[in-house]
Every structure is written in C-alpha cells, then in structure tokens.
Design a protein around this ligand. Structure first.
Ligand SMILES: NC(=O)c1ccc[n+]([C@@H]2O[C@H](COP(=O)([O-])OP(=O)(O)OC[C@H]3O[C@@H](n4cnc5c(N)ncnc54)[C@H](OP(=O)(O)O)[C@@H]3O)[C@@H](O)[C@H]2O)c1
Length: 328
C-alpha cells in the first residue's frame, strides 16, 4: 500500500510517499481502508521532535480520519466488515502508524461510529479537535451559562469546535481571527463578536463591546505575544485554558498580571483523556452539537498525493479542518 513516511525528526518537509508493507491487525484490532485523513498542527510538532512521543522510524503521521473496516481480528467485538468508522484520539499516528496511509490497523476501542447525518469529510477531522475544545471548556468545573468565553485562533480546527461548543453551552462567545472574512464566518458559527488580534485597539474594542462584563474563560491556541494581551481581558477569577502556541513561546510574561484578579491558567492535553473519558466526552460533544444542529467545518480537501500542499494550507490558517482524500 502507499503511505507518507517520516524518516527522521527534521520536520514535515521531507515526508515521502512510498510503497510499504500492508499493516496486519493484531488481536482486538481492525484494518481500516482510509477514505479521508485529517491534518493537525501536532503532526508537524511530532515530525520536528517537539512532541513527547518518539515513535520508531520510519513513522506514518496522521491522528484522525475515517474509513471502511476491511478486516476484523479476534477479540475485536461487534464491528463488522464493510462498516464505516472514525478514529477516536488514541495511539494512531502517535505511538503507532497513522492515517496518512491507504490502510491503518486500529484498536477497536479507538473506533467511533460516524454520527447520523454527517458526511464522511465532516466526520474525518472531528474527534481530536472537539475533544480538545471540550476539555478546554470543562476543565475548570461548571461555568455559568452567562459566562463570556474568548477563543484565540478561533477559525482553526480547535477554535471552530470551541466556538460551536461554547455557543451550545449558552455562553457569550468572542472569537479572535486575523482575517475579517473568517471573523464574519465565526459570527455565523455562534460567536457574538469577533476581533482582529493584529488591530492594536482590539482589547479596548472588546472591553467596550462587553462592558460591564469581562472575559471569564479564555481558550488560547496561539501563545506568543498574544497571551499577555488575552490575560488583560479577563475579569476577576478569570481562567485561561492553554491549548496551543502557534505563535511560539511567550516572549515576556509578568506573573503580577495574575495576582490582583486571581487569574488561573492551566494546560489542556487531550491525550490525557482515558479511552472511557474520551468516549464520554465525545457523547457530550455530540449532544451539544445537536442542540444547534451544528456540524464540523471542513476548510479544504486535497488529493492524497498532495499532502505537502495540505500542510501548507494548514500553516496559512484554515477555516475549519484540512483533509486529504485517501481513496478517490
Ligand atoms: N493541548 C492539546 O491537547 C491540543 C490538542 C489539539 C491541538 N492543540 C494545539 O492547538 C493549536 C491549534 O490547533 P488547531 O488544530 O486549531 O490549528 P489550526 O487549525 O492550524 O488553526 C489555528 C488558527 O490560529 C490562527 N493562527 C495560526 N498561526 C498563527 C500565528 N502565528 N499567530 C496568530 N494566529 C495564528 C489561524 O487563524 P487566523 O488566520 O484566522 O488568525 C488559524 O486558523 C495548535 O498549537 C495545536 O498543536 C493542542
């Protein structure tokens, strides 16, 4: 079969499409013929050795996607050949070969059904980002429905998921995007207001728009220079769920900014969900999305042999998920 191989930890630029041996599903696993696979910034981080996992090389990246079950091993339970399944976040593409391949062996506990009414493309990139957004929203305990939630990098995979889920929870949602076009789209997806973080006045504009309220929870995908600005927008006992750092390390940070309003910050790590927790969270996500008949947003779909172009699109800043179509 064909697969994209990572030969060393020097980054995604040197991924190569190669002919490799067919995967053999072990006890409790199925073989999935991939239809669509989805890209995540974490693929790049793993390829650059910036991620805790160091799988044996050559490695196949790709954490989520969907396909058809074509082989079922002993101990794989009720799954039948011919059924379509998505992949719940687990070891696929991290410690074991991933979805940028024509076929993937997947432990049966990491499979999920395709939600009713969703297209294959919508299902292919949903699990990782919605579970991440759900953890970021719920990790501090119950948030008052009237709370204000700020989402940075709101147009990306995690960002769109966070906007939709926070909206379904009844919160006032503020999104940040560097693009006014994407800002408009976020309003349609459930944001009450959007601001451009490159506009020097964005914090003042946000303050005026929210007054007298302030941000209760910020979900930060960006880090860098933006994080201290995000902290400024928080009210008393405000919280920051740190999801990512697409703009790199925070160059200058004054811990005093946390003191007077008793701000709390904490890391999100979707990989710390156990399989049972992931399944429970996924059910909550589906219930929340069904409240508004919200569905995952697909930015673009590239042919399988154009995976490098798909990574370029991801780096530009998508509006939703970037996918590759594995089976034409
Ligand atoms: N902690 C966890 O468990 C976990 C799980 C999943 C993802 N993550 C991390 O969360 C982050 C977001 O992931 P994602 O899948 O949502 O990414 P994504 O789909 O690439 O989207 C991120 C969005 O952020 C904005 N952006 C990108 N680079 C930026 C920069 N340098 N400065 C300012 N804005 C920038 C872009 O929006 P605009 O162009 O509209 O501004 C882009 O659409 C990544 O760092 C990822 O590794 C963490």
């Amino acid at each position: 079969m064909k697969a994209w191989l990572l030969d060393d930890f020097t980054g995604i630029d040197r991924l190569r499409l190669a002919e490799v041996a067919e995967p053999v599903p072990q006890k409790g696993e199925v073989l999935l013929e991939m239809h669509f696979a989805s890209l995540n910034p974490a693929d790049r981080y793993l390829a650059e050795a910036q991620y805790p996992a160091k799988p044996p090389l050559p490695h196949i990246l790709g954490r989520d996607g969907m396909g058809t079950v074509i082989q079922v091993s002993a101990g794989a339970g009720e799954v039948r050949i011919g059924e379509r399944r998505g992949i719940l976040r687990g070891g696929v593409g991290v410690e074991r070969p991933g979805t940028f391949a024509q076929r993937v062996a997947v432990p049966v506990q990491d499979l999920v059904e395709i939600p009713a009414g969703w297209s294959e493309q919508e299902a292919a990139g949903a699990t990782l980002v919605y579970l991440t957004a759900y953890q970021a929203l719920t990790m501090w305990g119950p948030l008052a429905p009237s709370a204000v939630v700020l989402v940075t990098g709101a147009s990306g995979g995690v960002g769109v998921a966070a906007v939709q889920l926070a909206n379904a929870m009844g919160h006032t949602v503020v999104g940040l995007s560097r693009s006014s076009e994407k800002g408009q789209r976020l309003l349609q997806l459930g944001a009450t207001a959007t601001f451009n973080p490159e506009d020097r006045q964005w914090r003042q504009s946000l303050r005026t728009a929210l007054a007298p309220r302030r941000v209760d929870l910020a979900i930060d995908n960006i880090g860098g220079n933006l994080l201290p600005q995000v902290i400024e927008t928080l009210g008393d006992c405000g919280k920051v769920s740190i999801v990512g750092r697409l703009a790199g390390p925070v160059p200058s940070f004054n811990t005093a900014t946390l003191l007077f309003r008793r701000i709390r910050m904490g890391g999100v790590a979707v990989g710390t969900y156990t399989n049972a927790e992931s399944r429970a969270a996924w059910q909550q996500v589906l219930q929340l999305l069904s409240r508004n008949e919200a569905r995952p947003l697909v930015d673009s779909v590239f042919p399988f042999d154009e995976l490098p172009k798909a990574f370029e699109r991801l780096a530009q800043g998508p509006m939703g998920k970037v996918l590759v179509q594995v089976q034409p």
